[in-house]
Design a protein around this ligand. Structure first.
Ligand SMILES: [Zn+2]
Length: 225
C-alpha cells in the first residue's frame, strides 16, 4: 500500500492521545476516509468499537520545505482483545474541496486512492448498485439515483489505477495478497471495457431514477397545490 510518511513536528491538539504510528494515510474525501475505516478490523481480527476523532494541524517536513497539513486521527479499541487501534489521515485536500461533501464524489482528483485498492473499489461499486436497486424497489428514486451515481464513481476509482492505453490494472493497484489473488482469479472482471460498460449501466439507471424522481415531485406538488 502506498503510504506517505511525515516526520511529526508539532501537534496542536494537546488532549489527543499520543500518536503511536507515523503512518498517515492521504485521503481525497471524507467519503473515502469513511469507506476505508468501515473495512478495517483489529490485527487479531476483532471488530473495532466506537471511534473518537481528533483533528490536529501538523507541520511536516517534505524535503527542505515545511508544509502545514490537517490531520484527522481516529482512536478506537478492539472489542475482542481490547487493544487500542489508531488511524491517522491527511485530509488537507478534501477540506479545501467543497465538492467532496457530495455523496457521490469519492475522490475529486485524478489520482488513484492510497487507502482503498482497485478490488475494494469494485466491490464497493457492486454494493452501491445493489443498494440502488433495493432503493428503487422500495420506491425511493432519489436514493436510487444517488447510490447508482456513487456506484459509477466507485468504478471511476478503479479506472484511475490503469496506465494510459492498458486494459488491465497493474499489480500495484492491489494492496493485499488476497486482493491481488482475487484479481488474478477473475481478471476479466477488471477489463477496462467491461468496467466502462458497467459504469454506463449505473449512470443510465441513475438517469432513469432522476426522471422518476422529478415526476414524483411534480405529482406531489400538483396534489399539494
Ligand atoms: Zn484485537
Amino acid at each position: 500500500m502506498a503510504e506517505k510518511k511525515y516526520r511529526l513536528r508539532r501537534l496542536n491538539n494537546r488532549h489527543a492521545p499520543s500518536l503511536r504510528e507515523e503512518t498517515i494515510h492521504v485521503v481525497h474525501s471524507q467519503a473515502e476516509l469513511r469507506l476505508y475505516l468501515s473495512a478495517r478490523a483489529c490485527q487479531c481480527g476483532g471488530k473495532l468499537g466506537t471511534r473518537r476523532k481528533y483533528r490536529s494541524q501538523l507541520r511536516a517536513a517534505k524535503g527542505k520545505r515545511v508544509i502545514t497539513r490537517v490531520i484527522d486521527r481516529y482512536v478506537t479499541v478492539c472489542r475482542r482483545c481490547r487493544d487500542e487501534v489508531q488511524f491517522a489521515f491527511d485530509i488537507s485536500e478534501p477540506v479545501t474541496n467543497p465538492k467532496a461533501s457530495l455523496p457521490y464524489v469519492l475522490n475529486p482528483t485524478s489520482k488513484p486512492s492510497e487507502v482503498i485498492d482497485a478490488g475494494h473499489w469494485l466491490n464497493l461499486a457492486y454494493g452501491y448498485f445493489e443498494a440502488a436497486l433495493e432503493a428503487q424497489f422500495e420506491g425511493d428514486p432519489t436514493a436510487c439515483r444517488d447510490l447508482a451515481l456513487t456506484a459509477a464513481a466507485a468504478i471511476e476509482e478503479v479506472l484511475k489505477f490503469y496506465p494510459e492505453g492498458r486494459s488491465l490494472p497493474p499489480t500495484s493497484a492491489f494492496f493485499t495478497p488476497d486482493s491481488l489473488n482475487n484479481f488474478q482469479q477473475q481478471s476479466q472482471l477488471f477489463h477496462r471495457d467491461v468496467l466502462r460498460g458497467l459504469r454506463d449501466v449505473y449512470r443510465q439507471e441513475a438517469k432513469k431514477s432522476e426522471g422518476q424522481s422529478s415526476a414524483l415531485d411534480n405529482l406531489l406538488s400538483s396534489v399539494l397545490d
